[in-house]
Ligand binder design. Structure first.
Ligand SMILES: [Zn+2]
Ligand SMILES: [Zn+2]
Ligand SMILES: [Zn+2]
Length: 331
């Protein structure tokens, strides 16, 4: 890896001290009745109603608690930080932190220990044509080739499961049951692209803080199995959040598909770059377009990476700078 660029920005030191208000907030929620109250307000509220406050009587109906005085006490403990009562209407509403918490509970993040054993799908490996499989473990949905080494032809992943990784995206357990293994490929593509796009646009998809981008490239790259970098592609764009450390990496060939000039280029040739879960054929086509784009490091100081897309005899070139911003478009 000696030829790799070492301009990786440093992450801002993670806050190490847990502040008192965070401890208080978690302590407030360490109680079944209080979590049930939040869930009851969530279930009973009607987002589209003029008055979407939930009355105490509605909460009482939904929470199995035999002492109304005590139930009111728990509700008062949540009032302010997680719940607020509209004085003029009397109903209770969830504040944003409570909504996020309830969504996490519903999504099953960190609660259910779901897993999916490798399940073959009707989607061939883009590199060797062998069958591929979806699997899920510890909150990550993997797509992997069952024969080749996927995106890492030069790395020995004897201990890594799955072998032959093609993609791996964070995925909430609640989504697992909703899709067939085939549809999971489409859903994970949508989720992965949404998160990547957010990082590419400078905002962390996990915590909304600023994201830094940089390139790593391999000077003597061998795509068939590189001893230097171990990766399928010699040039990788990296993104890292300054606050929470979230990291994502992608081929610039795929990032080019987010740029409006490339979307328009393909559109002019009758090719849609839309990725939707219910159109796996087109999502596959878009993924493969990204693989076909030519990626070249044209200048090292300052770094410039050029991605070229060609279709029906026409080409478009995007130039990225060292922080993975598009600085020039030529068509
Ligand atoms: Zn393969
Ligand atoms: Zn290499
Ligand atoms: Zn973050």
């Amino acid at each position: 890896m000696s030829d790799l660029d070492s301009s990786e920005p440093t992450t801002r030191a993670t806050r190490t001290a847990v502040e008192d208000d965070a401890v208080e907030a978690f302590a407030l929620l360490g109680n079944q009745t209080r979590l049930e109250i939040l869930l009851a307000i969530w279930e009973a509220h009607d987002l589209l109603a003029d008055d979407n406050g939930v009355a105490f009587s509605q909460i009482r109906e939904r929470v199995a608690h035999d002492d109304p005085g005590n139930l009111r006490y728990h509700l008062q403990q949540l009032d302010g930080q997680f719940v607020h009562q509209r004085a003029e209407r009397g109903g209770y509403e969830l504040r944003v932190p409570a909504k996020q918490l309830i969504k996490a509970v519903i999504a099953g993040a960190g609660v259910h220990d779901e897993a999916l054993e490798p399940t073959e799908i009707d989607q061939d490996c883009p590199f060797c044509g062998a069958p591929t499989a979806m699997s899920y473990r510890e909150g990550t949905l993997f797509w992997a080739c069952q024969e080749c080494d996927g995106m890492t032809p030069g790395r020995d992943f004897a201990s890594f499961d799955p072998q032959g990784p093609l993609t791996g995206h964070p995925f909430d357990p609640a989504g697992l049951d909703e899709w067939s293994p085939e549809e999971l490929w489409g859903a994970s593509t949508v989720v992965g692209w949404r998160r990547l796009r957010s990082a590419f646009d400078g905002v962390c998809p996990s915590c909304s803080a600023p994201v830094d981008g940089w390139f790593e490239w391999c000077a003597d790259h061998d795509p068939a199995g590189c001893d230097d970098c171990g990766l399928r592609f010699g040039t990788t764009a990296h993104f890292r959040c300054r606050t929470c450390g979230h990291h994502d990496g992608a081929s610039p060939g795929h990032l080019a598909l987010f740029h409006p000039s490339v979307v328009a280029f393909y559109d002019d040739h009758g090719v849609s770059t839309r990725v939707r879960v219910d159109d796996v054929d087109n999502a596959t086509l878009v993924y493969e377009l990204g693989l076909e784009h030519e990626v070249r490091v044209v200048d090292e100081d300052p770094l410039r990476v050029v991605v070229t897309a060609s279709h029906d005899g026409e080409t478009i070139r995007l130039t990225f700078d060292e922080s993975v911003r598009v600085v020039d478009v030529a068509r």
